[in-house]
Design a protein around this ligand. Structure first.
Ligand code: ARG
Length: 607
């Protein structure tokens, strides 16, 4: 791309007889392959020259000589205010293969000095991990990866819900029903038959206690006060309350960790809400000092926000002087400013908390203008199963693990039928099942609520993760059959970990003769591969991997067309044709695997 930009700069300067050495050349991608490979928007240059952009595009199209070195005979066409370049097939292949097979990960950007904090997952202690938490976890993970890939420094934060009145509920429930009969929560005498073996954990006992408390509370409102008292004791530092609380927290963290390991997700800090307990009085003092805190109803303390267009004030302290969720978020934001000095802080939290974040951000803006434009709520819609909506209180939630297990089983059944000899079938099924669920999550619009349907998500054809994974595995199988070093070239040099966004591959020299890629199906695949860097940029801009998921599907589909129309290992192919096509296979496999990896999805080499 750089080579093309430089060539264009020289060509423009020649055509206009002016020096453009300082001018930055930006190139865009035309809407369709027929319109060209790259588009040069003429707006900026037209402004400098005092011309109409469309007129300038026309002039340039006829003035630029396509034989300038580097343009390699590209066709130049004016399309409205754009000067489009349509490369000759071999030039296009060379440009792309250089970008995908060189040492630099394709579509990545060098370090840019920007620091991005991503807060995601943030489940609540003593509740189970549901499919809703999956969205936050995996959207957040993808945002971390994409931002790293584009040169940002990231901090991965898990704002655990480990404080708040619900702990009063839990403590009260535990004291009521568990402490005597089953103090360690680990005996199984009380398990109802319908509770599956894998679910018989201490955490599930806690969850059951929580649900039961809410059911009984409806009949006996006095229990409400009991829960309140326990929370008060917890806040006041009562020894017993603290001990139980920290034990509940441990039980939960152990379970969560198992899930994070399974998902391949990691965090740099797990500072939950309780971490901010001792940092809240400073916030309140600061709010008071800047005179934005006002007395509200019945002795509560609030920050009115009508002046910034938010009708509901932000409650900071309740009438009894206790802090709330928002207070902890204020403390957390100030802490993060001091600790990470971030350029952007993304809060990947469900859409039901939109108002909460509007309020918190508005208060932060009043307190310290530094926050303006730096904090962003990245809301997402709910995932529902056709069975209906979930509520932790009612106990009808869909557990993430069940979804992942079911995905794996469904895929395993398909594998057993279609490819019974496949080695490591269980591991492959795990990767494909995960691919199905995560890809479904990423492909769907972030803000809309979506209904998850099995058949749609696990299918090997259609817009699914397994379809992309299948394309990748098929390429690796071709590379294995090709012999020589080809299989090695299609495989990373080390297995990727969540500590990096990059998959490392050995560089591969671009074959000198690329005529084997002149067919339309090969050219179409090259064009789709060329779309990847933009897709990654969109994912960063939109705070969601949807564009990336779509582009991977387009690449996988284009590969299928290439594979059908351009025989690769055919005996009658010349060595040059074979090498060119194998190089394109390597480029495609690397691009697919890297793209999936940014979304937290693994690509099996065989399936
Ligand atoms: N624990 C909360 C929940 O599961 C999400 C926390 C969101 N993050 C925040 N900074 N408030 O609903």
């Amino acid at each position: 791309m750089e080579r093309l930009k430089n060539a264009l700069r020289t060509a423009l300067a020649d055509a206009m007889g002016e020096s453009l050495s300082g001018m930055e050349i930006t190139l865009e991608r035309p809407r369709s392959a027929e319109m060209g490979d790259v588009a040069f928007p003429c707006f900026r240059l037209a402004k400098v020259l005092g011309k109409n952009p469309a007129q300038l595009a026309k002039e340039l199209a006829s003035a630029i000589r396509p034989d300038v070195s580097g343009l390699d005979g590209a066709e130049l066409v004016a399309v409205g205010p754009y000067l489009n370049l349509k490369l000759r097939p071999e030039a296009r292949a060379k440009l792309l293969l250089e970008a995908t097979l060189g040492g630099v990960p394709y579509g990545s950007a060098p370090a840019n000095g920007e620091t991005v904090v991503v807060e995601y997952s943030s489940p609540n202690i003593a509740k189970l991990f549901t499919i809703g938490h999956l969205r936050s976890t995996m959207i957040g993970h993808a945002l971390v990866q994409v931002n790293r890939y584009l040169g940002c420094r990231t901090h991965r934060l898990n704002h655990l819900g480990d404080w708040g009145t619900q702990f009063g509920t839990l403590l009260a429930a535990y004291k009521h029903w568990a402490e005597v009969q089953n103090p360690k929560l680990d005996q199984d005498f009380e398990w109802a038959e319908e509770i599956p073996e894998k679910r018989r954990t201490p955490l599930f006992r806690l969850f059951q206690l929580y649900v039961r408390f809410h059911q009984e509370e409806e009949r006996d409102p006095a229990m409400h006060d009991e829960a309140r008292n326990w929370f008060k004791r917890l806040e006041d530092g009562d020894g017993e309350a603290r001990r139980l609380w920290s034990w509940f927290r441990e039980i939960s963290l152990a379970e969560f960790q198992r899930i994070y390991d399974r998902l391949g997700v990691a965090f740099d800090a797990m500072d939950g809400e309780s971490f901010y307990e001792d940092k809240m009085s400073a916030v309140v003092d600061q709010l008071k000092a800047s005179s934005i805190l006002e007395p509200g109803e019945g002795g509560a303390q609030i920050v009115p926000l009508e002046d910034v267009g938010i009708q509901t004030p932000c409650l900071v302290l309740k009438a009894d002087g206790t802090s709330i969720y928002a207070t902890r978020d204020l403390a957390a934001a100030l802490y993060r400013k001091g600790t990470y000095a971030f350029d952007r802080c993304l809060y990947v939290v469900g859409g039901e908390q939109v108002l909460h974040f509007q309020q918190v951000f508005a208060v932060l803006g009043k307190l310290d203008p530094w926050f303006q434009g730096r904090v962003t709520h990245t809301p997402f819609g709910m995932i529902t199963l056709p069975e209906g909506k979930m509520s932790t209180r009612k106990g009808n939630v869909i557990f993430l693990e069940d979804v992942l297990d079911e995905a794996r089983e469904r895929v395993l059944a398909i594998i057993r039928e279609k490819n019974p000899e496949l080695p490591h079938a269980e591991d492959v099924a795990e990767m494909l099942g995960m691919g199905a669920v995560l890809f479904f999550n990423a492909l769907n619009d972030r803000v809309k609520s979506i209904t998850f349907t099995w058949d749609r998500a696990v299918a090997l054809d259609g817009d699914t993760g397994p379809y992309v994974q299948y394309a990748h595995a098929r390429i690796l199988s071709v590379l294995r059959k090709a012999g020589g070093d080809w299989a090695e070239l299609g495989r990373p040099v080390a297995s990727p970990t969540p500590e990096s966004a990059f998959i490392d591959y050995a560089p591969l020299a671009v074959p000198a003769d690329l005529a084997g890629l002149n067919e339309p199906a090969a050219q179409n695949l090259l064009f789709e591969l060329a779309g990847l860097p933009d897709a990654i940029r969109s994912a960063q801009r939109e705070n969601m991997a949807t564009a990336l998921a779509r582009q991977l599907l387009s690449i996988a589909k284009a590969f299928s067309g290439f594979y059908t129309n351009c025989p690769i290992l055919w005996l009658e192919n010349s060595l040059e044709v074979r090498n060119a096509r194998l190089a394109l296979c390597v480029a495609t496999a690397r691009t697919l695997r890297q793209g999936l990896f940014l979304m937290g999805i693994q690509a099996p080499e065989e399936m």
